[in-house]
Structure formats: C-alpha cells, structure tokens
Design a protein around this ligand. Structure first.
Ligand code: ATP
Length: 365
C-alpha cells in the first residue's frame, strides 16, 4: 500500500491549455479519495498522470516519498481498474486473475501463481467461481475479478476511472456498495474518478472537487456538504442542488425573493458590511408548515408561495416554487452565474419535503 502525493501538478496539452493546473493533494496510505467534477475538469488526466499513462508538464508526483515523474507505469506498481474491467472472455476467473503474473514470464512458479490467485479469491469471495468464464458472472463478481488482478500483483494502490458509468441505476447502487466493502476490507489506497456526486459522497473518505483543472476543495463528504468553500462546490455537491437566492440587507432584515428574514447577530456578523449577498439554502432545510408542530414553526421563518410542480419520490416530495428577482440584485446574480458556469440564473426554489407533505401542483403552501 502507498501514500500518493501530488505537488503543484500541471498538465498542459499541445496548445498550452492547462487541463490540470497546479494541483496539490496528499493521499494517505489506505485512504479512499474521490476525484469529482464536471466533464472536462481534468480528473481523468490527473488519474492518468498518477498511473503514468500521461506525462507531467510541471510539479511532482510521489509514491511513498519517491518521485515517480519519470517512472514507467509498471514500475509504479499501481493498478488501474477500467470501466469495462478489461476481462478476457475466453479465460476462466482463475486465469483472468493470474494473467498479470503469467505476463512476467518465469518470474512466478505455477505453485506461487496458484497460491496468490487462491488467496485473492478468498479475500474477494470468488473461490467457488474460479472455473467460470466472465460471461457467467454478475457485474459485481466481474468487478471483483478486476480487483483480484490488482491484488495478485500486490499493487500499491487501486485507481478507478468512472467504473460504474455504463451501468443502470440499480446495478450502479449495488456495485458502489461492493467497491466500498472491498476497499474497507483490503485497506488499499484508492483513487476513484467520477462525475457522479452520489458516488463521491458515499464512497470516499475524502472528496477532491475539481473545476477547470483547479482543485477547489478536498475534504470529507460531510465537511464538503456542510462547509463548502465557494459557490461552485456548494452548487455541485448535493442533489437536488442547493438553492441560491440573492439577498439584500435593509436595516434589520435580509430581503430575499420569497421571504424577508430578520437578521440575527450571527447573520450580521457573517454578512459584515456587505449589502448584497447570495443565500444558499439546502432543499431539505425547507419544511411544509402543515406537517410541523407549532413549536417548530415558531422557531423558523415562514412564507407562502405558489407551488409550480410537485415530484413525489416515495420517501420525499420535491416542491418547485418559482420566484422573481428584483433588478437591484442583478449584480449579485451575475457573480453567481460566473461562479456556477452559467447555471446561476435559477428562477425557482426546490424544497425537499417529508413524504407526509400534502403539497400539490398549483397549491399555495
Ligand atoms: P470527463 O468526465 O468528460 O471524462 P474529465 O474531467 O475526466 O472529463 P479530462 O479527460 O481529464 O476531463 O480532460 C480535461 C481537459 O483536457 C478537457 O478539456 C479535454 O478536452 C482536454 N484534453 C484531454 N486530453 C487531451 C489531449 N490529448 N489533447 C488536448 N486536450 C486534451
């Protein structure tokens, strides 16, 4: 197993475009780190640089303290697990797992190969499937065979590049749990690339959010969710996404599109001497007044609004509430738009209400 350190890593392609721009990150031995961000943010490029499939333009990558910038991929002893698992359909599970050992001709005796493959199969609960072909395995078992290959080589870390993106939602959920379970059991350092923020939040010990090649924040899923460092991270992490409302300070209140909120000392302190602010409001922090005890209602700020559309999801109910913003706050919205890559101009609020809510399309709630 290994610690991986990225120090001011840069990747420039031919035209001088920096796909990865000065990224520094310490990945601890045994840690499960997710690289997440929108398409084109540079996460695959970063992964390929770690494994050695892509040159580094500037900066250093260290594995267990050794600079590996100029080391060939095989000498780094890292294992890349690809989207389609790259299994050989004509080989049995045993031979698929043994494959990397057989490649190094003469290095391992047949006994040694058998010992390593069986040990890996025990760890991965594949022992009874060793004689099968990949076509006769479930998706989860195939995933484990791919991991088995990495284990027999005694790879120091697993690197996953969007391994679940081709699967349907149900299978994706199962495989996600499977990968998390295996990683915990093996304790192998793992770097996992995805653009799916559910995977990012559920799998990783730590999540690194990238945008346009620049690392925005690397933190535990909870810390990212509760304390995003900027609007981009706030808007990217969370589903449905965080609501953003322009707010204007007027005396003792903060005026927002749907509601005026009295300014507490704490809010005042945080706002400082600004007059215009952007208020981030998680959908689940909104409640349907009709479903609450009076004491709870008294603790919060209430408002009435026209519900445009309702989506019922069983355990939750999403209510969409359109809003209009006043011209005075246009500058705030432009700032928001810039920070959210043109997705800032939100004109509706989404509330994730409890399933007991009786909100209906067209209601005033
Ligand atoms: P996706 O989720 O779509 O795979 P990503 O975050 O993994 O995106 P990368 O594949 O790392 O993004 O690409 C980062 C940027 O570098 C993109 O803008 C891409 O167009 C650019 N890029 C990638 N490979 C090359 C290349 N060989 N030559 C020039 N530009 C490249």
């Amino acid at each position: 197993m290994a610690a991986i350190t990225l120090s001011h890593v840069v990747k420039k392609y031919g035209d001088g475009f920096a796909a990865v721009n000065d990224v520094s990150l310490d990945i601890k031995d045994g840690e499960f780190v997710i690289l997440v961000g929108p398409s084109g943010c540079g996460k695959s490029t970063l992964l390929r640089m770690i494994v050695g499939l892509e040159d580094i333009s500037d900066g250093e990558i260290l594995i267990d303290g050794d600079v590996v910038n100029d080391k060939a991929p095989r000498d780094r002893r890292l294992a890349m697990v690809f989207q389609n698992y790259a299994l050989y359909p004509h080989l049995t599970v045993f031979e698929n797992i043994a494959f990397p050992l057989r490649l190094e001709k003469g290095k391992y005796s047949d006994d040694e190969i058998r010992r390593r493959v069986e040990k890996a199969a025990d760890t991965l609960e594949l022992r009874e499937h060793l004689d099968r072909k990949p076509a006769n395995l479930s998706g989860g078992q195939r995933q484990r065979v791919a991991m088995g290959r990495a284990i027999v080589r005694e790879a120091r870390a697993f690197l996953f590049d969007e391994p679940l993106s081709n699967l349907d939602a149900k299978l994706r959920g199962q495989m996600r749990t499977e990968i998390a379970r295996m990683q915990r059991r093996l304790g192998t350092t793992t770097v996992y690339v995805t653009h799916d923020q559910t995977e990012a939040l559920t799998l990783g010990d730590r999540v690194a959010v990238l945008r346009k090649g620049v690392l925005q924040q690397a933190a535990s899923p909870r810390a990212l969710y509760e304390h995003p460092v900027n609007l981009f991270v706030a808007g990217f992490i969370g589903s449905p996404p965080m609501n953003f409302l322009p707010g204007q300070v007027e005396g003792d209140v903060l005026r927002m599109p749907l509601v005026d909120v009295p300014l507490s000392d704490e809010l005042r302190r945080r706002i400082g001497d600004r007059e215009l602010v952007i208020v981030g409001l998680r959908p689940e922090h909104l409640e349907d007044v009709d479903t609450l005890e009076e004491a709870m209602v008294a603790k919060g700020v209430t408002f009435e609004a026209d519900v445009d559309v309702v989506e019922w999801l069983g355990a939750e109910l999403y209510a969409y509430v359109p809003f209009e913003t006043r011209e005075e706050v246009a500058g705030t919205l432009e700032e928001l738009d810039r920070d959210l890559d043109g997705e800032g101009m939100r004109t509706q609020l989404v509330a994730a209400l409890g399933a007991e809510s009786r909100a209906r399309d067209g209601d005033v709630s």
